[in-house]
Design a protein around this ligand. Structure first.
Ligand SMILES: Cc1cc2nc3c(=O)[nH]c(=O)nc-3n(C[C@H](O)[C@H](O)[C@H](O)COP(=O)(O)OP(=O)(O)OC[C@H]3O[C@@H](n4cnc5c(N)ncnc54)[C@H](O)[C@@H]3O)c2cc1C
Length: 503
């Protein structure tokens, strides 16, 4: 929606969404948007935290540019009508989240940031004369010829001709049985780009959030990192602090470290880890986190006083469609922004609240690039397109099986044997009848191959058979067709349209 609004300053835009406008992960975001806007903060500190979380795999140029863009994108969102929370002195209220060295996260409605952002942008989009919206319209294929994009084919078989397509399809959480993502997060963008012949990158890098509410089927409700930022603590079934002695930042350590600690504790004790806020002021806790309080209440739990059972769950795809700093993919006329893209900002582990930031920052840059006429595709591999194939397999059954296989064999802890079993089980599944299930299956296959190729542990990717990081593997891997290509950080670092914005 951000991209559409910016492109619409220059061109007519057709915005297609497979559900309703504003539905998606954005509306579910709780914590907020990271931006160095506080008096004690600097862009450099934000970059350093981003690079530290990314465990040696971020593209430092991308991190510098996106973090420098952040204050302006927050101001753009204010301009679009997002009412971020204010401190007593009317400056933007800032929360501290995991792996941030200082308070840096702007939020709205307490823990309802995403809803405020999505509602404000949707209202702008709906009233914009140059944006046409088609809801309940699923894109099944991006069509290409030798020169680049020719249009899209919808799930109903009809086609729309255009030379410029921006993928903004969100996440891939439902590749895994346990996820915080909405049902529509089925890796559509990466699958569409992959079949069109574009390069994907970092497909082994999936962030598991440490604290999803361990009640009921996916999507699992999120207990935001901001809850730990406000003092919430994790305890095992015997009442021991889970993070004691695990990481110097304790409960606010990097997500991957906390997620694995929670995963192992639950496996060892056979019982869920719990989050406790009982040592905090209950009224303040409920007021700061009204949405999470309400979700807990539907399960008979008081967030402020009860132990809240939590589990890791697939939360954010660092991998996706390989793009440069203008959102260009390796196919002319195809851009990708938001979670479906892989810019190199997040490396092996996304810093909390850098997701919405990246979506806005790259939306702005992609729109500027489109307005300037685009041009050469991003550097990187491209292969011939292959058509989407569906079969007779029961789509729900395939979805469930993909989730189970991936959670078991390609989840928080991986090894060669488990990955080989997962690959075999995925290959044995029937070709599903729907594009969404086909997308999940194809992206799961690629993630398993990428996880098997990376014989080290780094960030969110943990191999029990290679538990240490290997400096020689501190590089990104792109996939075009079935062929892996190693990327040097500098390969993707240069904005190809010479788009410069004063910092
Ligand atoms: C519970 C939760 C909390 C989070 N909290 C935060 C946070 O506090 N801060 C932060 O920075 N990040 C957070 N994230 C991550 C962040 O919300 C997402 O990365 C970001 O919102 C993704 O935005 P997007 O525009 O890429 O995708 P989305 O907002 O998911 O939008 C994707 C849209 O594409 C549509 N679509 C998908 N496939 C197709 C198709 N084939 N055809 C047509 N339409 C399609 C979908 O219907 C949807 O409307 C959170 C994520 C979750 C799930």
């Amino acid at each position: 929606m951000f991209t559409a609004l910016r492109v619409a300053e220059h061109h007519d835009v057709l915005l297609l969404t497979k559900h309703t406008l504003g539905e998606g992960s954005t509306a579910w975001a709780q914590g907020g948007i990271a931006a160095a806007v506080g008096p004690e903060d600097t862009v450099t500190a934000h970059v350093v935290d981003t690079l530290d979380a990314g465990a040696g795999m971020c593209d430092p140029v991308v991190a510098s540019v996106v973090c420098a863009d952040a204050p302006r994108r927050v101001s753009d969102l204010l301009g679009f009508g997002v009412r971020f929370d204010r401190a007593d002195d009317d400056t933007l209220a800032l929360a501290r989240e995991g792996a941030h060295s200082r308070p840096r996260v702007v939020h709205a409605g307490g823990d309802a940031t995403g809803r405020h952002v999505a509602d404000a942008l949707a209202a702008q989009v709906r009233s914009h004369a140059r944006i046409a919206v088609r809801e309940h319209t699923m894109v099944a294929e991006v069509t290409v010829d030798d020169s680049g994009v020719t249009g899209v084919r919808l799930a109903d078989g009809t086609t729309i001709a255009t030379r410029s397509v921006v993928l903004a399809t969100g996440g891939s959480g439902h590749v895994f049985a346990r996820t915080t993502n909405p049902m529509g997060a089925t890796a559509d963008g990466p699958a569409l780009a992959y079949r069109a012949g574009a390069a994907l990158a970092d497909m082994e890098m999936v962030q598991f959030h440490p604290t999803a509410l361990a009640i009921g089927p996916s999507p699992l409700a999120l207990v935001s990192e901001a809850v730990r930022g406000a003092g919430g603590m994790l305890f095992d079934a015997e009442g021991h602090p889970v993070m004691q002695g695990v990481h110097p930042m304790g409960d606010l350590g990097p997500r991957d470290v906390v997620a694995r600690a929670v995963f192992r504790s639950a496996r060892e004790t056979g019982r869920d880890v719990v989050m406790s806020l009982a040592h905090l002021d209950p009224e303040r806790a409920r007021a700061r986190f009204p949405d999470i309080t309400a979700v807990c209440a539907t399960h008979g739990l008081d967030l402020a006083t009860d132990p809240i059972p939590v589990t890791p769950a697939a939360h954010y795809a660092m991998g996706g469609v390989l793009t440069d700093l203008s959102g260009r993919t390796t196919i002319p006329g195809l851009w990708a922004v938001g979670e479906c893209a892989s810019t190199g900002l997040h490396g092996a582990n996304r810093l909390a609240s850098n997701g919405l930031l990246e979506a806005a920052a790259l939306g702005e840059r992609a729109a500027a690039d489109i307005a300037a006429g685009g041009g050469e595709p991003a550097p990187g591999p491209r292969v011939d397109a292959r058509p989407l194939t569906t079969g007779a397999g029961d789509a729900d059954a395939v979805r469930t099986e993909v989730g189970r296989i991936m959670w078991t064999g390609c989840g928080l802890e991986r090894d060669a044997e488990g990955l080989a079993i997962a690959a075999g089980e995925l290959d044995a599944l029937p070709r599903p009848a729907t594009p969404e299930a086909a997308n999940l299956l194809d992206i799961a296959r690629l993630a398993v191959r990428a996880a098997a190729l990376r014989e080290e542990s780094r960030g969110a990717h943990f191999r029990t058979d290679f538990p240490d990081a290997d400096p020689t593997q501190a590089r990104r891997t792109a996939w075009a067709g079935d062929q892996p290509h190693h990327l040097k950080p500098a390969d993707m670092a240069t904005p190809t349209n010479n788009f410069t914005e004063a910092v």
